[in-house]
Design a protein around this ligand. Structure first.
Ligand code: 4FV
Length: 245
């Protein structure tokens, strides 16, 4: 997968992606990451990339042309078609299902804002999709872009080794993940649930499913349509509630 990032701080993303799974994906040639700085495409001695907002108010707004020139340079750098995503609080909330879809793209071009944001005419003309990583305000879109790069890269074929498999992921099936345990079996903080030591894979899978259903119903009821649950899942959820007392 090729990801081009238009940002005033292109090294930011490169640094974020230099570690762990994403760093290894770059080494394995599974991820090709490239930054484009709009300041390199700005006119004048001061290479201006922002200006004061029309209508007044605090802060600055990013100018159209430096961004537009950087986007065009990024697209022309590779003939493969790309999808341009602007990371902003006005975007559609990022979910694992959207991550899975985007992970299937050959190329992404990520647009990162700074200051109050970007001139809306550039967004309307050049952006295919706006995505938000959450209802809070960051000082720039770079962290959001790094989140997206990490999330799609780990779904690239060969990015994760078995131990890291994405199969068991949270939201793999729209539910929160089950709790995880490792050595020691006994610890002053408590013991490992017996079923996980039983070696009975069917019982272990049922216990993990019950935990995912229970946690999701308690912590994120917005993610769980109980009416749509299978008879087996409804029974597991009931058992979880009984055990919670
Ligand atoms: C953001 C978010 C975000 C808004 C103004 C950058 C900042 C500044 N991006 N999800 N939440 N962006 O806060 O994606 O330009």
């Amino acid at each position: 997968m090729r990801i081009d990032v238009v940002s005033l701080f292109p090294d930011f993303i490169a640094q974020c992606a230099a570690f762990g799974v994403t760093g290894r994906a770059v080494e394995r040639g599974l991820l090709w990451l490239h930054g484009w700085n709009p300041r390199d495409y700005a006119e004048g001695n001061y290479r201006k990339v922002d200006d004061r907002p029309f209508g007044g108010g605090p802060g600055m707004v990013m100018l159209i042309d430096p961004l537009r020139n950087a986007l065009q340079a990024a697209r022309q750098a590779d003939p493969a078609p790309s999808r341009t995503i602007y990371l902003s609080p006005q975007g559609r909330p990022l979910t694992q299902s959207r991550v899975r879809e985007l992970a299937g793209e050959q190329r992404l071009v990520l647009l990162c804002g700074r200051y109050e944001g970007i001139d809306e005419r550039l967004v309307a003309a050049e952006v295919d999709e706006e995505i938000s990583i959450g209802d809070y305000v960051l000082s720039g879109g770079e962290l959001a872009a790094a989140v997206l790069v990490d999330a799609v890269t780990r779904l690239q074929e060969g990015a994760l080794n078995d131990a890291e498999s994405a199969q068991q992921d949270s939201f793999g099936d729209g539910l929160l993940d089950c709790p995880h345990y490792t050595r020691p079996v006994e610890h002053e903080l408590g013991a490992v649930p017996e079923v996980l030591l039983s070696g009975n894979h069917a019982h272990i899978a049922a216990w993990r499913r019950m935990q995912s259903l229970g946690r999701t119903s308690q912590r994120r009821p917005d993610l769980l349509d109980e009416q749509a649950l299978s008879k087996a899942d409804r029974k597991l959820l009931e058992q979880w509630r009984v055990e919670q007392g």
